[in-house]
Design a protein around this ligand. Structure first.
Ligand SMILES: NC(=O)c1ccc[n+]([C@@H]2O[C@H](COP(=O)([O-])OP(=O)(O)OC[C@H]3O[C@@H](n4cnc5c(N)ncnc54)[C@H](OP(=O)(O)O)[C@@H]3O)[C@@H](O)[C@H]2O)c1
Length: 254
């Protein structure tokens, strides 16, 4: 297995952003990569986003690690998803089982694909805390090398068991929904309240909040706006928050 840690880094999510619009994908990805993003996350579930991403990666494929997913109830359908992904991306650096769909069945064949070099790491994801027992079970599978879970000041259930388990197992953690799927941005604190944090935007404060947990390797905020992709990426460059600053951000988000 390659180096365990992925980061800490800011990546780019692709749910509900550019959809199948390859031109917009190129603009968003170009802005993100220009600002230092080196990880992009997608899924067959994201309505054409993988195809648009594949086109947007033309000429910059070696700059970016592609994390995508198998979202299929059958092995046959999952294999077909990988076949299409290899057409768009050439290789998949991180192949995740989306929302644990048929995860036991998929791990068997994904391990063989990995042995043959078509995929890098294997991971698992789930968005819902009610599935965290099963996610913990999957994390303990020796083939699983990465976990993706929700983590933001309003969704902290992973702190109870999953983050300690990831630490115990040495598993990299990718944070989905670091901005609460946008819900945490609806009511922004005034700029003067961000001053003690040394960040320019509320989104950056939330991203640094997650990255400051030492068990977190990557956050993957999604946006359809190139200027936001740049601003979000900048959160990866600055210092991390101490415990007091993290508490302050959680209070601002309350
Ligand atoms: N089960 C799973 O495996 C799973 C589930 C959920 C998510 N994910 C992955 O995690 C990624 C991130 O999660 P997410 O997309 O649900 O939510 P998110 O990244 O927490 O939030 C995205 C929302 O925030 C807005 N936003 C982004 N940057 C902003 C900024 N700087 N200022 C103001 N608003 C901003 C976006 O709107 P605009 O587009 O208008 O900027 C969008 O509505 C997904 O895209 C996906 O790749 C995986």
């Amino acid at each position: 297995m390659e180096e365990r840690r992925l980061g800490p880094v800011v990546g780019l999510g692709t749910w509900n952003t550019f959809g199948d619009d390859a031109e917009l994908a190129g603009e968003v990805l170009g802005a993100a990569v220009g600002a230092g993003v080196r990880l992009v996350d997608s899924s067959p579930m994201y309505g054409g986003a993988e195809r648009a991403l594949g086109a947007a990666l033309d000429g910059r494929r070696d700059d970016v690690a592609v994390a995508t997913k198998i979202w299929a109830q059958s092995v046959g359908e999952g294999r077909e998803q990988l076949r299409r992904q290899l057409g768009w991306f050439g290789r998949v650096e991180l192949e995740q089982v989306h929302n644990l769909a048929a995860w036991r069945e998929h791990l068997d064949w994904l391990e063989r694909e990995q042995a043959e070099g078509r995929i890098g790491r294997i991971g698992v994801t789930h968005y819902d805390a009610s599935a965290f027992d099963e996610l913990a079970e999957a994390m303990r599978d020796r083939r699983v090398e990465c976990v993706q879970l929700p983590y933001n000041p309003h969704e902290r259930e992973c702190e109870e068991r999953l983050l300690p388990l990831a630490e115990e197992l040495g598993l990299p953690v990718i944070v989905m929904r670091p901005l609460g799927s946008g819900s945490l941005l609806r009511r922004e604190p005034p700029p003067e309240r961000l001053e003690p944090l040394g960040v320019y935007t509320w989104a950056q404060a939330l991203l640094v909040w997650a990255l400051s947990d030492p068990r977190v390797d990557a956050v993957i905020p999604a946006t359809r706006r190139p200027e936001r992709a740049r601003g979000n990426a900048a959160a990866g460059d600055g210092p991390r928050f101490d415990e007091e600053q993290r508490r302050y951000v959680a209070e601002l988000a309350a």
